[in-house]
Design a protein around this ligand. Sequence first.
Ligand code: C5P
Length: 232
Amino acid sequence: MGKDVIIACDFDSAEKTFAFLDKFTGRKPFVKIGMELYYAEGPSIVREIKKRGHKIFLDLKLHDIPNTVKKAMAVLSRLDVDMTNLHASGTIRMMEGALEGLTREDGTRPILIAVTQLTSTDQESMENDLMIHEPIDKVVMHYAHNAKVAGLDGVVCSPLEAGKVHETCGKDFVTVTPGVRFADGDIGDQKRVMTPAEAKKIGSDYIVVGRPITAAADPVAAYERCIAEFVD
Ligand code: C5P
């Protein structure tokens, strides 16, 4: 799997997104479209960004009965995204359905990764709200293992978990890691962060970077800095 930097385009309109992407006149970044932008603009935003030559990670975190997820994934696959995701808590059967739906007639498909436990969930909320009483890191690795059993390509995880995920699921199992900050940057609301260089060292395959690039005075320079630290 090729290492790459994915920019989280957390904007609420196509206009703001294109004003941002217009700055990138050289290398076309891999971009992440999340719920906010997708629900604001619909599938046309995916087609337009794709037409501009960007790879797309469509971060919609599907979770429903296997048949519904399978059919939804078939639609997303026709949108020609490069990567998409779902919640591993939807069960192995749901993940298998997703994979089936995502696979195109010619056998190709986008990379499919799973969310294990959201990083906003901690041990206390997992026990009290979800009634899961195992240690959270064990739950994360179990869900990652389930994703692998279902045939998925990898998981979204904190950069701090990436090494352990590779140990548990193999080095080819993809780790996509948000929570990346520059050593001299503001960490904002992220709690457990790593620099792009550290994420590279620990073995992340893709880093997802939002505000350190989108809110930078010079987003292109910030992106190039991520590429230099993480990829080159
Ligand atoms: O701006 P920032 O770099 O914090 O953006 C990180 C992106 O990754 C956001 O789109 C956020 O929703 C996403 N994300 C995350 N932590 C997770 C899963 C996704 O920060 N565990």
